[in-house]
Ligand binder design. Structure first.
Ligand code: SF4
Ligand code: SF4
Length: 170
């Protein structure tokens, strides 16, 4: 079985709500009491809102990051989940791990709604964040995920500069 076949199966079995249900068993509002450095692996993972916006392709132009509406070929645009999550770094060499260095990198390449970036810059989690609502779908309902947007698979792109977008939540 190839990685992509196996991954599709994993994706089919994966229920995003399970992650949130497990996260709600962690210390209540742990993100208000702990810095990112002090968080456990489980707490760190729980912070991701599942928006998928870090999987958009970007350009660095004159020292600034420009997001495009083109997406990694392995992103499922409806669920905003990675189809190859377990194997992503092996399959996609430039897929980035979301760690402290990535969160603090300049110029900023994570969207300004990203929970890691928000907390690290002194903001609280937004009201639509799944850890606040208890519901994995709230990021989609609030229009903060990639679902429902006009997106282009990177395999169909020849010049990324033609796809730069200026969405307010990037
Ligand atoms: S941008 Fe941040 S919150 Fe959104 S999917 Fe990526 S890591 Fe998670
Ligand atoms: S391989 Fe990386 S960039 Fe591509 S969809 Fe998966 S997590 Fe996103």
């Amino acid at each position: 079985m190839s990685i992509s076949e196996k991954s599709t199966q994993l994706q089919d079995e994966y229920n995003p709500q399970t992650r949130i249900d497990e996260a709600l068993r962690l210390e209540p509002e742990f993100w208000k009491h702990k810095t990112l450095e002090k968080m456990s692996k489980e707490e760190w993972e729980a912070l991701c809102d599942g928006c998928g916006k870090c999987c958009l392709n970007k350009l660095e132009i004159k020292g600034k990051i420009k997001f495009t509406n083109t997406h990694c070929r392995f992103l499922d645009c409806k669920s905003c989940l990675c189809k190859i999550y377990e194997h992503r770094f092996k399959v996609v060499p430039d897929c980035r791990d979301i760690n402290l260095a990535a969160v603090r990198e300049k110029p900023r390449w994570l969207p300004k709604t990203c929970a890691y970036w928000l907390l690290d810059n002194g903001y609280d989690l937004p009201a639509w964040h799944p850890l606040i609502t208890g519901n994995a779908s709230s990021v989609h309902k609030a229009g903060m995920a990639l679902s429902g947007r006009t997106l282009v698979n990177e395999t169909k792109v020849d010049d990324y500069e033609n796809y730069i977008v200026d969405w307010a939540d990037l």
